[in-house]
Design a protein around this ligand. Structure first.
Ligand SMILES: Cc1cc2nc3c(=O)[nH]c(=O)nc-3n(C[C@H](O)[C@H](O)[C@H](O)COP(=O)(O)OP(=O)(O)OC[C@H]3O[C@@H](n4cnc5c(N)ncnc54)[C@H](O)[C@@H]3O)c2cc1C
Length: 360
């Protein structure tokens, strides 16, 4: 491998890899032409890793077969779903497994209190199905039109209003995952624990040993708890070792935020959250970012559902939008403010909107 993790395969090794992948998913879903590889080299981040080959997998069995081929050829696998990640998570130099096309099923459960969705379903599609029940998914990344259940779980996505209360960690109930060995586990199924102990004895032993070690180290537990009390998206959920009850819940929690490195999530059951019947937003304008930051405790105290800080650059960009009617045109100096808070709050249904910007 070179420094960027690109596997260097001899022409014959490459031919063998392509032949085995073809055996796993069929020739028409193994894409090794330069145009296919380069067109999927980007995600929404500024990283660029050109995959060796792109594979389109449409079922759990296909994903498991691709993982087995990858392990046999010592080539890394990266899953690509919506591709909206901002830190390069959905780019890889090995086998890029595109899972958007399959895995689209959505099933609303318990009159919308819960929902089962497959990994390739976009958040918008799931929320559209939940809307008639007055519910939505907890995670609310602004990329909801394109991002998918698989990516949301693997990134532990949250969003403006989700915070650490309604993110994937807090709202995911169970999932079906394919582990790197090809073992499929449904964390809600009654016989899963037995199944896991039988097929993954080493994994089970390692997880139990790690959990034991962490739980018996009060300093480690205190540090993990403190760090995870703040908003924390991608990265291994070490807090799972302190909190999870039982092995299946531990596995559930560890897969969240693991960026596809611990296994493939095929489908998941989420607890949906109620949608507020009405909402309003306001804009507070400040002369400096410092002043805006100092006001934060008071603003949080208002109980606003979401607060977003926009610096002068964001405001300049917003001002260029044709539909923007800048609230600062009638301001004291008529100059560009240095910072503002956009406030979202839920309001009673009979409230009448006022569009005037608020001044602190
Ligand atoms: C405009 C914009 C706004 C955004 N706003 C937010 C925000 O408010 N909050 C936030 O948290 N994020 C935000 N994001 C980042 C990103 O959109 C989310 O994290 C999103 O959930 C990623 O989903 P995706 O389907 O695009 O996943 P991808 O980018 O395709 O993949 C994300 C990760 O998940 C892995 N993966 C994908 N599918 C699976 C699977 N089935 N099983 C296992 N691993 C898998 C990939 O390998 C990768 O590591 C934003 C991005 C954009 C472009």
């Amino acid at each position: 491998m070179d420094l960027r993790g690109t596997p260097e395969l001899s022409p014959s090794a490459r031919r063998r890899l392509l032949a085995d992948l073809t055996g796993a998913v069929g020739r028409d879903r193994v894409l090794d032409r330069a145009i296919d590889r380069h067109s999927r080299a980007h995600d929404a981040s500024h990283y660029l890793l050109v995959p060796l080959v792109v594979v389109i997998a449409e079922s759990i069995e296909e994903v498991a077969a691709v993982m087995a081929v990858a392990a046999a050829h010592h080539v890394p696998v990266t899953f690509r779903s919506g591709g909206t990640s901002l830190s390069g998570q959905a780019s890889g130099a090995g086998i890029l497994v595109d899972t958007r096309r399959g895995f689209r099923r959505i099933e609303v459960l318990d009159d919308g209190e819960r929902v089962r969705a497959q990994a390739g379903a976009t958040l918008r599609a799931v929320n559209t199905r939940l809307a008639r029940h007055g519910r939505a998914l907890g995670p609310d990344p602004a990329s909801e039109a394109a991002c998918t259940i698989g990516g949301v779980i693997a990134n532990n996505s949250s969003g403006m209003a989700a915070g650490i209360e309604h993110n994937s960690t807090r709202t995911l109930e169970s999932l079906v995952a394919v582990l790197p060995s090809g073992t499929v586990v449904d964390t809600a199924a009654e016989d899963s624990l037995l199944h896991l102990r039988r097929h993954e004895p080493r994994l089970v032993a390692d997880l139990e040993r790690l959990q034991d070690r962490i739980r018996h180290d009060p300093d480690a537990v205190a540090e993990i708890r403190e760090r995870f009390s703040l908003k924390n998206t991608m990265g291994y959920s070490l807090d799972a070792f302190c909190e999870a009850e039982g092995l299946l819940q531990l596995l559930n929690r560890l897969l969240i935020g693991s960026e596809g490195t611990l296994g493939f999530v095929a489908d998941a059951v989420f607890r949906a959250v109620p949608v507020q019947p009405a909402a309003a937003t306001g804009l507070l304008i400040f002369d400096s970012v410092d002043a805006a930051a100092r006001s934060l405790p008071d603003l949080v105290g208002t109980g606003a559902k979401a607060l977003e800080l926009m610096d002068a650059e964001s405001l300049r960009v917003a001002r260029r939008l044709p539909q923007a009617r800048p609230p600062w045109t009638g301001s004291r100096s008529g100059t560009m403010p240095r910072s503002s808070w956009s406030i979202g709050e839920t309001i009673p249904p009979n409230w009448t909107a006022s569009s005037a910007p608020l001044r602190p």
